[in-house]
Design a protein around this ligand. Structure first.
Ligand SMILES: [Zn+2]
Length: 293
């Protein structure tokens, strides 16, 4: 079953390969790779919501986008694609912000569902698009079709930081899903509490090759070591189903005064990384067998 799903996904280059045996949402994700459903506003529109005092969800049903309010300028995480860029811009206005204050768009990787709207955000608001060198190349290679990034703004390397207002974003290059997956961490605020949030920018296993799979596994292990050294409390998933995002949203809506924040789950983050590692190992075994290693 796993191989079959991967085979389906590999052919269409997007981000949502998951293990069907362990993830009950995988069927919905596979359906989301259908071109008509992934552009259907009725299926994809999600009402914006606040997650933390400085973090909002402005994404769609199968792909995330977030807005960070730094107190002196805005940062968007991932650029969506097609008509959903306009709805994200409406969401920014709906939150009471001015999209002209968009300073950066952090693009987790160069697939269309994350980078497709970057060119529009550059052109309309002068936002600077941030990606790794390999994924700038990936996005530029598909320019004119899905991604329409016009100018290279910021090429980030591992260990780089961007500071804006009260927020510092630290970057990690975690290849596998694409050659230059961009991951990063920042602090999110919940009243008086601060929490370490992490974006693993390329979770899906819909890619090919033993070396790429080994690279993915090294990235998962590296993030695990980061989390063991200093707990990662919040999973900023770039596909909602990969971080129980809407389930946590609903819990957050029903949160009582003084109750814990449902997005704060350091133990859950480690378990999730273990699951990703196990799925990656299965893929590695299968890929190795295919090439006789
Ligand atoms: Zn992808």
């Amino acid at each position: 079953m796993r191989l079959m799903i991967w085979a389906v996904l590999i052919g269409i280059c997007s981000c949502t390969a998951v293990d069907s045996d362990t993830n009950p949402e995988s069927q919905a994700l596979v359906i989301s790779n259908n071109a008509s459903t992934r552009s259907d506003p009725g299926l994809q529109r999600v009402e914006l919501f606040a997650i933390f005092d400085n973090l909002y969800y402005i994404g769609i049903g199968w792909v995330s986008a977030y807005l960070i309010d730094t107190g002196n300028g805005l940062i968007m995480i991932d650029a969506l694609y097609g008509d959903f860029v306009d709805t994200a811009i409406q969401d920014i206005r709906g939150l009471g912000f001015d999209p002209q204050d968009l300073e950066y768009v952090l693009v987790t990787h160069g697939h269309f569902d994350h980078v497709g709207g970057a060119g529009q955000l550059q052109q309309q608001f002068g936002a600077q698009v941030v990606m790794t060198e390999p994924d700038w190349q990936l996005a530029e290679a598909s320019r004119g079709s899905s991604a329409q990034v016009l100018n290279r703004d910021v090429v980030v390397n591992d260990g780089d930081e961007i500071a804006l207002g009260n927020t510092t974003v630290r970057f990690y290059v975690t290849p596998g899903h694409t050659p230059g997956v961009l991951s990063f961490e920042l602090v999110v605020r919940d009243g008086e509490s601060e929490h370490r949030a992490f974006m693993f920018g390329g979770v899906g296993l819909n890619f090919e090759g033993v070396e790429r799979t080994e690279s993915y596994l090294r990235s998962v292990q590296r993030i695990k070591e980061l989390a063991q050294a200093n707990p990662i409390e919040v999973n900023l998933a770039n596909h909602p189903a990969m971080g129980r995002l809407f389930e946590r949203r609903d819990l957050l809506a029903g949160r009582g005064l003084g109750e814990p924040h449902p997005f704060v789950d350091a133990a859950g983050y480690l378990s999730w990384l273990d699951e990703l590692g196990q799925n990656g190992e299965v893929k590695l075994t299968e890929e190795s067998a295919e090439v006789g290693r």
